[in-house]
Design a protein around this ligand. Structure first.
Ligand SMILES: [Zn+2]
Ligand SMILES: [Zn+2]
Length: 237
């Protein structure tokens, strides 16, 4: 499958020196989607039908609340709630009529289904495919990007896995081999540096080590969290 290339944002993200370029791109994509669902799309009947039916997950519904667009959030929340009530009506009635482990489970399953799907997650999955596709293609085509890739701090583990899968899926056999070798070697040394940084970070809390410079270790705790969770976190304390 072919995806659209996003050359400029991908190139810029890898040049920016962040802990993971893909976490950074996905964080921006997430903000864009949150703004979209609170914007004029609220008035678009097709989008409203999608929102009513699918809704948002535990991460993204609260983000819509925090974005401070009370009126649009209210309109969307009203019709979505109506749909949710309609969908769960059967399970709620059954739970009242014959309360048991079985009806409790089917009620719980209904709730889980409702909170598990998410329009913003769906859009972000598509974004991630485009970004990882672009990165693996650029790696094969541009010496400049390859150098950026090799000198960058990231990607985090989960985005490294996405890149590996994308390369294996879309590149020609030899190109995929080159990319996967380059990725593996880069990850090996990036994780080694990260481990050295977090060790140095912990040592800096010992008064005996006051004389040591922080070096690159000041935000190592945050970078380890990001490397292992795959979500952009705050670097400064
Ligand atoms: Zn990442
Ligand atoms: Zn979501």
């Amino acid at each position: 499958m072919k995806y659209q290339l996003e050359t400029i944002p991908v190139h810029d993200a890898w040049a920016s020196g962040v802990p993971c370029p893909l976490c950074e791109l996905m964080d921006r994509a997430e903000d864009r989607h949150v703004a979209y669902y609170l914007g004029n799309s609220v008035m678009n009947p097709e989008t409203r039908i999608l929102v009513n039916d699918t809704g948002f997950c535990r991460r993204h519904f609260p983000k819509l609340r925090e974005a401070n667009h009370a009126h649009h959030l209210g309109l969307m929340a009203h019709t979505h709630l109506q749909t949710v009530r309609k969908k769960l009506r059967g399970e709620i009635k059954m739970l009242a009529r014959s309360p048991s482990g079985k009806t409790a489970s089917s009620f719980a399953e209904g709730v889980e289904k409702m909170t598990g799907d998410c329009l913003i997650c769906r859009s972000m999955e598509r974004d991630l495919k485009r970004y990882t596709y672009t990165a693996v293609v650029l790696y094969g085509q541009e010496q400049d990007f390859r150098s950026l890739f090799k000198s960058s701090r990231g990607p985090c583990l989960s985005h490294a896995a996405e890149l590996a899968l994308m390369a294996a899926d879309v590149l020609k056999k030899n190109d995929a081999k080159n990319f996967l070798t380059g990725l593996a070697e880069h990850m090996d040394s990036a994780l080694e540096v990260l481990e050295a940084d977090i060790l140095h970070f912990t040592r800096k809390f010992d008064a005996q080590n006051d004389h040591l410079e922080w070096g690159d270790a000041r935000d190592a705790h945050a970078r380890v969290v990001q490397a292992l969770s795959g979500v952009k976190v705050r670097l400064e304390d």
